[in-house]
Ligand binder design. Structure first.
Ligand code: 5GP
Length: 115
């Protein structure tokens, strides 16, 4: 079982500003926001990064993560203006927390290419 800061947030042992929650997914505000809206969407199950996603096993969970992202975008009023979803996976990406998470960023114009 990979124990991370996000495991503690899932178990409500440390506080987080939760914006959306289902049985399998939790969405909460990033502690160091990089945009007016910066929400992290995570599976409650123990998945370290994108390399652990297996289509045949995780198809339903992936659907739930995207449903949650779209729900958060709606709750935050971003569905018309748009938003960016980012998954950092592994050292070169800059992933800091080894628990799969989707960054949902919005509320400002995004730049491309990313840094
Ligand atoms: P990564 O770099 O792994 O893709 O992103 C990890 C994100 O988690 C960072 O944006 C960081 O600000 C956020 N983060 C790290 N620790 C905490 C925490 O304790 N609470 C919350 N809400 N966000 C955190």
């Amino acid at each position: 079982m990979g124990e991370t800061i996000f495991s503690k947030i899932i178990r409500k042992e440390i506080p987080a500003k939760v914006v959306y929650e289902t049985e399998h997914v939790l969405a909460f505000r990033d502690i160091n926001p990089q945009a007016p809206v910066h929400v992290l969407i995570i599976p409650k199950s123990d998945i370290a990064d994108a390399t652990e996603i297996i289509g045949s096993r995780h198809a339903e969970l992936l659907g739930e993560l995207f449903d949650a992202a779209n729900e958060v975008a709606k709750l935050e009023g971003l569905e018309k203006k748009g938003f960016r979803l980012v998954i950092n996976s592994g050292t070169d990406s800059g992933q800091e927390v080894p628990h799969l998470h989707i960054h949902l960023l919005g509320g400002r114009k995004m730049n491309w290419p990313p840094g």
